[in-house]
Ligand binder design. Structure first.
Ligand SMILES: C[S@@+](CC[C@H](N)C(=O)[O-])C[C@H]1O[C@@H](n2cnc3c(N)ncnc32)[C@H](O)[C@@H]1O
Length: 255
């Protein structure tokens, strides 16, 4: 087969795409702890039946795709894929000084209890009855308390010029491949010598609640890579006969 006909044979017609989307619409994706609906919308773009779930109302413009409430009772409802962004406030190592009992007394006791509950919440997602799970969190205590993440990604590896070291723990899914590595802006330098990513610094002008929300939003490039790269795994598992579409939804080795 010459080069041109090889290319032609992998090209997808609009009927192929419609067929894949029709099949994808039977595959259920839960995006846990997501109010922005950025990941949920990326999976919807690919035709999946995706829902976001958060105790907060959705801000992504699609309340019909949003389950507002505690995600724990939703976890074991027969999802094909769960992607979760559990709260990290009590799981970071930067907060460790607040656990000093001599200085912070009852506040430190409360903080310890909050950490135990945050670990328990994280582990309930790990142990959800679902064959494909991705859990996202910043670098923190779960790397030792649970296990090392399967990969650490940054938005600038997926076309968004920002640094945010993000751990991914994966089950039944391949690691994300970088899609477009760009250069993030220089970090802001403080007099103390400490530095901070510019986008993170810029959020300082916002109210505490808004700042938290902005800083914890998923960057669109990573959301798109999840939908693009994990679609093939979902389709291939459910429908064995889909090998002809492997190049449409490319995927690598699965963890
Ligand atoms: C680190 S933020 C993740 C935000 C996400 N990346 C996004 O783009 O919307 C954690 C989210 O978990 C939500 N959350 C906390 N406890 C929850 C629970 N029990 N069930 C569902 N969502 C919860 C918070 O409201 C917050 O939006």
């Amino acid at each position: 087969m010459n080069k041109q006909s090889e290319t032609e044979s992998t090209e997808k017609t609009s009927e192929d795409v419609d067929k894949i989307k029709q099949i994808a619409s039977t595959i259920r994706v839960l995006v846990a702890c997501e109010e922005s609906q950025i990941v949920c919308s990326a999976f919807r773009e690919y035709g999946f039946e995706a829902y976001s779930c958060d105790i907060e109302p959705s801000t992504g413009g699609h309340p019909e795709w949003h389950i507002q409430g505690d995600v724990l009772p939703e976890l074991n409802k027969n999802w094909d894929l769960i992607i979760a962004f559990p709260p990290c406030t009590y799981l970071t190592t930067t907060g460790n000084r607040w656990f000093n009992m001599e200085i912070y007394k009852e506040k430190a006791v409360k903080r310890k209890q909050d950490r135990v509950e945050a670990i328990d919440f994280f582990m309930k997602i790990v142990n959800a009855s679902c064959s494909k799970i991705a859990i996202e969190n910043p670098v923190g205590i779960m790397s030792t308390n649970y296990r090392k993440p399967d990969q650490i990604v940054n938005p600038y590896e997926f076309g968004d010029p920002a640094e945010k070291r993000t751990c991914l723990w994966l089950k039944g899914l391949p690691k994300l491949k970088h899609t477009d590595v760009v250069v993030p802006p220089e970090r802001i330098k403080f007099k103390s010598g400490k530095t901070m990513a510019k986008w993170y610094f810029d959020a300082l002008k916002l109210s505490k609640k808004e700042r938290q929300r902005v800083r914890s939003k998923t960057f669109p490039g990573i959301a798109l890579a999840m939908a693009e790269q994990w679609s093939g795994v979902l389709l291939a598992e459910k429908f064995n006969g889909l090998s002809q579409f492997e190049n449409f939804y490319s995927f690598d080795s699965i963890i």
